[in-house]
Design a protein around this ligand. Sequence first.
Ligand SMILES: [Zn+2]
Ligand SMILES: [Zn+2]
Length: 345
Amino acid sequence: MQAAIYEGIEKLVVRETASPDLPEGGVLLKVKSCAICGTDLRTYHHGSSFCEPPWIIGHEVAGEVVEVAKNVSGVARGDRVTVAAGIPCGTCRACTSGWMHLCSNVKAHGFHYPGGFAEYMAVNQSAVTQKALSVIGESVTYDQAALAEPLSCVINGQELVNVTLGDTVVVIGAGPIGCMHVEVARARGAVCIIHVEQNRLRLEKAMAFGADYYVDASKEDAVAKVMEITGGRGANVVISACAAKEAQGQAVKMAALRGRVSFFGGLPKSDSIAAIDGNIIHYKELAVFGAFASSPSQNRLALDLITSGKIRTDAIITHKLPLVEIVEGIGLMDRGEALKVVIHP
Ligand SMILES: [Zn+2]
Ligand SMILES: [Zn+2]
């Protein structure tokens, strides 16, 4: 089969490689759509501690089941499915506490298991047992279904920071994740959403998603602008949805008294120490949350939201490319010319 093989930093090569075998107790997928994630951009540019090259990355996957092992129930040949990225063990302390995505033995497609930038992908027994596969409805396209994974991570972040009825929410970063945060915040009852971004191209694309205010951080002081919009109070919730440490420092400054701040976006591992004024957290009694990945149940919730049309996914997908153009797709996302690029292997 053809696959995009990650061979090292800034080396992603599309070439022939062996197709995966049907795993015992698992299924084999023909990958129809695999979306490029910000995590893929980080792996491409900076490497990842979760996978050793050469490796097939890609974890936002939707496809058709083409083979099913004996004794597998709940999924059949011909089913159209999406795959949760992280596969929890189901037995560790985190799993039994209900935090499946924080499983200490978590294994993820595209990291520990080969991923979706390939014609075929194996889904093994533990993934099937842990309900990583969700069958998608007829009305949902493979491209839309591939977005269930990033959307489920956004849902996890907003559950933790508890965006709720009447909140004023700032989202810093207008990549695809930032745009999904706007959609989910609206769905959860936020009354005022302020979207902050310093890349003009990205900000213009984000205007398809109904925030109430857009702040071009390359032209205006984002903290001052949020304070002005909120009458000096700041926002109830601030979500840093980008890989910039400066955004984390700004996020606490923008928050209202007793505000909640989410450090949703991870930072490059070589540059992850942010300057954050601890006294602001102290005096304003802020709560600062992390957010990482999502559980299979949040993946199913994401799919329900996509299926019902409550979250608009089509405008997030700005480019659809064949596998051979994957590096071009990464460039489009790097430059802010694309929101989400979906690869069709
Ligand atoms: Zn992702
Ligand atoms: Zn576990």
